[in-house]
Design a protein around this ligand. Structure first.
Ligand SMILES: [Zn+2]
Length: 477
């Protein structure tokens, strides 16, 4: 009997990897083995170590990968899969492939840097420490990607076809509708990947991409994310509050430092700053986007105008590419980056990594954290144990480049920028379903989040929902 198996993002939010296996065990029939997503485990060591484990089936026996979107926790294990012998097609939308083209090599580069660091301090259990994959290996795997248009049906084998439908999470992001036909019986399997906010500008302002996941779905088996299963986003418009905080910082002569992921979050924030400036809600401050990856990401965004929200499209039609906006500087080289340190008038500095775990943001924080005139602004999730979480949590000091830096700057936190639907939004979307899935499974959540969403769905929809376990197999009857 065909089955699916949860190889990642079960009990945690990272490492998304779901196997569909249609092989008939024992009777010798050659079925097909397909991975939906192939993400990296991130965060605590216990999870990261799983990146080094083999899959339950050899990588070379997997026939294809279908990729929902370009976040590392969904695509970041692809170079490793290829390194271990996978040679099949990787199906994704054109925008996802373009984004993977910058994100995966960057990830390879970081893996190499980490390995070099551990070798220097000789702390690795493996002697010498090795990268999970290298920059070059990540670039090599790009040859396996194949573009699939949104809405197009792609037949992978006699029994399995799929279609991408919009997830509205980040540029290029999609859900995967799989149709499985065996023994004359057809079933629909829906893998949501990450689900974006509902179509509503007040509660999800500043969206850069298409707003709202595709409605009116049907599914016999549903595999759904549950990242925000136990939290709700604020329903207030972030703009007036954000504008006030920026104005106050400028009035006292300070700057605003924003740790942000280079893809999506940075673009969304830059678009919102432009809107606030043009409408006179904030002064025309210099804005520095200090990330080479953010520049490449903007270039990719400019290729996919059809994916924009109405708001973003109108803004770009009027003002053109952010790379050419007056007062907005995108720093590509490290010299350009260092020059920002010399800026002593109020400005806005956006840089990565988004949780201040590394990257150029560290220079800006070490320069500006100790001055009470400045503001550090958090617009993204800060995982426990990261520098970002320490600063956001109200600590008095934080260690950067081996030294403790006093935290005297004002700390601002906005939760409205999330790209994940919260429980009321998920319910709103699920209520548009044309049937009740017989087998709904929750993945991509911390246990407490998944369990609470399971209970909420039971109460509000009357659906019997299971929380997926790591390595659990589910038969597709
Ligand atoms: Zn994502």
């Amino acid at each position: 009997m065909p089955y699916i198996q949860f190889l990642g993002a079960a009990g945690t939010v990272t490492g998304s990897k779901h196997l569909i296996n249609t092989s008939y065990v024992g009777d010798g029939t050659k079925g097909i083995q397909v991975l939906i997503d192939c993400g990296l485990f991130q965060g605590q060591k216990e999870w990261r170590e799983r990146n080094w484990q083999d899959l339950p089936i050899p990588a070379g026996e997997i026939d294809a990968v279908i990729l929902t979107h370009a976040h590392l926790d969904h695509c970041g294990w692809i170079p490793r899969l290829v390194k271990e012998g996978f040679k099949g097609p990787i199906f994704a939308t054109a925008a996802t492939i373009d984004l993977c083209g910058i994100i995966l090599p960057d990830s390879g580069h970081l893996q190499e840097e980490d390995a070099a660091f551990y070798n220097k301090i000789k702390k690795s259990k493996h002697e010498p420490a090795l990268p999970l994959y290298t920059f070059d290996e990540a670039e090599t795997c790009m040859q396996y990607f194949q573009v699939v248009r949104i809405g197009e049906t792609r037949q992978i084998s006699q029994e399995l076809s799929f279609r991408f439908v919009r997830a509205a999470h980040i540029l290029g992001s999609c859900m995967v509708e799989v149709t499985l036909t065996t023994d004359g019986k057809s079933r629909r399997l829906l893998f949501t990947g990450d689900i974006g906010r509902v179509r509503n500008h007040t509660v999800a302002p500043g969206k850069v991409v298409h707003s709202g996941p595709t409605e009116g779905e049907t599914a016999d088996l549903l595999v759904m994310e549950s990242t925000y299963g136990n939290r709700q986003h604020p329903e207030t418009d972030v703009r007036p509050e954000l504008a006030a905080l920026i104005r106050q910082t400028v009035e006292r002569g300070g700057s605003i430092v924003v740790p942000a992921f280079a893809v999506e979050r940075t673009q969304k924030f830059v678009f919102m700053l432009k809107e606030l400036m043009e409408s006179g809600q904030i002064p025309r401050l210099p804005v520095f986007c200090d990330s080479p990856m953010a520049i490449k990401a903007v270039e990719i965004y400019m290729k996919y105008e059809s994916e924009y929200s109405e708001e973003a499209r109108a803004l770009l039609q009027q003002y053109g590419s952010p790379l050419a906006w007056p007062g907005f500087t995108f720093a590509a080289t490290s010299d350009q980056s260092k020059k920002i340190n010399e800026v002593h008038y109020p400005s806005i500095i956006i840089s990565s990594s988004g949780m201040a775990t590394g990257g150029r943001i560290l220079h800006h924080l070490s320069q500006r954290l100790a001055d009470p005139k400045n503001t550090i602004l958090f617009i993204g999730f800060q995982a426990p144990g990261t520098r970002g979480a320490t600063i956001k949590g109200g600590a008095k000091e934080v260690k950067i480049f081996g030294d403790f830096v006093a935290i005297r700057a004002q700390i601002g936190v906005f939760e409205q920028f999330s790209d994940h639907a919260d429980p009321p939004e998920l319910l709103e979307w699920l209520r548009t379903f044309r049937n009740r899935p017989e087998v709904p499974y929750l993945v991509h959540g911390e246990p407490a989040a998944s369990q609470q969403l399971r209970d909420t769905m039971a109460k509000e929809l009357g659906w019997k929902v299971e929380v997926a376990d790591w390595m659990q197999r589910v038969s597709v009857e």
